[in-house]
Design a protein around this ligand. Structure first.
Ligand SMILES: O=C(O)[C@H](O)[C@@H](O)[C@H](O)[C@H](O)COP(=O)(O)O
Length: 346
């Protein structure tokens, strides 16, 4: 079920917490405080679709006009997370296309892209034990690049960017562009001129400057809007992953680039995660997004998830993921159970 559907069937924390074994009772108080739950949705496991997150919570918009919100979704399995992510992306695409005739989406690299690719390649298998015989049923999950989404989405309105990119040739195995092209973008009719790869003939510094120039032109053309709140470009959607060290895009813990507050796009040459040379959107741009989907799965991320969702947000020692703080938008965590496994042990 989608986030909005989860919201529609939501119940208040006060009523949910009175129910024995309610999702609220399994979520540590520190998270309840940090996300200020407004939405809780978890029908009994026997009645709910596997697409329904096993836990969903949302912080309300702050008073005083700001509309920054956070949501946490936890799924039983990566395939359900992936399908929910596809629906969420399609909904945002429809909204932006209807409102202003364009949908600007920035991708990151890593397993996020594998999750998107998974949508186009994955087969599901389920089994029934009948009269002593196991019957295996294969089915295809709905795929972003196939019906119903293939026809439903107005791909001609999509403009695709990279929130960060490795400075390698576009056909190199490390290229985030190649990963996304092979997995999804080559299968949908987005005009080639609306897929904005980095210039792979340039140095890291040159590629960052060139990409920033490209973004500025698109702001001038009206393809990318500017955030009224920040004066930085406002992407309709950023799809980000998170590393086990809490990095997002190519904004790594302790790296000076996390403090960049003027440039839109910067570069690093000493990434702790190979390859070393990368360009990256800076935090002012990340935090100006209308929507961010932060896709975090696997037990290897549990420590950073725990810190990010329970930290008191003191100004020192913040992980980059904790610095994701939208000025006027919605941050949605798409997680699985292993990724949040440390939360219950607080
Ligand atoms: O190019 C990259 O490496 C990414 O942009 C990076 O920020 C990635 O999204 C995270 O490291 C998560 O990657 P995993 O999901 O593969 O751990």
């Amino acid at each position: 079920m989608s986030t909005s559907a989860a919201a529609a069937s939501s119940t208040s924390l006060s009523s949910a917490s009175r129910r024995r074994s309610s999702p609220a009772s399994r979520v540590p108080a520190t998270i309840r405080r940090s996300l200020t739950p407004q939405i809780l949705s978890s029908p009994s496991s026997s009645s709910r679709s596997p697409l329904v997150p096993v836990y969903a919570t949302s912080s309300p918009a702050a008073a005083g006009g700001a509309t920054s919100r956070k949501k946490l979704l936890i799924f039983d399995a990566e395939e359900y997370l992936a399908e929910s992510l596809a629906k969420y992306t399609v909904r945002l695409s429809e909204k932006s296309t209807a409102e202003r005739g364009a949908f600007t989406v920035a991708l990151s690299g890593g397993s996020l892209i594998k999750a998107l690719r998974f949508l186009s390649l994955h087969k599901t298998a389920s089994s029934l034990f009948l009269s002593g015989i196991w019957i295996i049923i294969f089915g295809f999950r709905r795929k972003l690049a196939e019906p119903p989404y293939l026809e439903a989405v107005d791909w001609s309105k999509w403009h695709v960017f990279w929130a960060d990119e490795r400075v390698v040739l576009k056909d190199h195995a490390d290229s985030n562009y190649k990963l996304a092209m092979d997995g999804l973008l080559s299968k949908v009719p987005i005009p080639a001129s609306q897929i904005y790869a980095i210039n792979d003939a340039l140095s890291a510094e040159g590629a960052a400057d060139d990409y920033e120039t490209c973004l500025k032109q698109l702001v001038t053309n009206g393809v990318i809007t500017m955030s009224q709140a920040t004066g930085f470009p406002k992407f309709d959607l950023m799809l980000l992953g998170m590393g086990p060290d809490g990095h997002v895009a190519s904004l790594f813990p302790g790296h000076p680039v996390v403090n960049e507050n003027q440039k839109w796009v910067s570069y690093i040459k000493d990434s702790p995660k190979p390859p070393p040379e990368r360009i990256t959107f800076t935090f002012p741009v990340v935090n100006s997004s209308a929507q961010i989907a932060l896709v975090v799965t696997g037990a290897g991320k549990a420590g950073a998830v725990h810190k990010a969702l329970t930290n008191k947000q003191s100004s020192s020692d913040l992980l980059p993921v904790e610095m994701v703080s939208l000025q006027d938008g919605v941050l949605t965590w798409f997680t699985d159970k292993p990724a949040v496994s440390m939360l219950s042990r607080i």
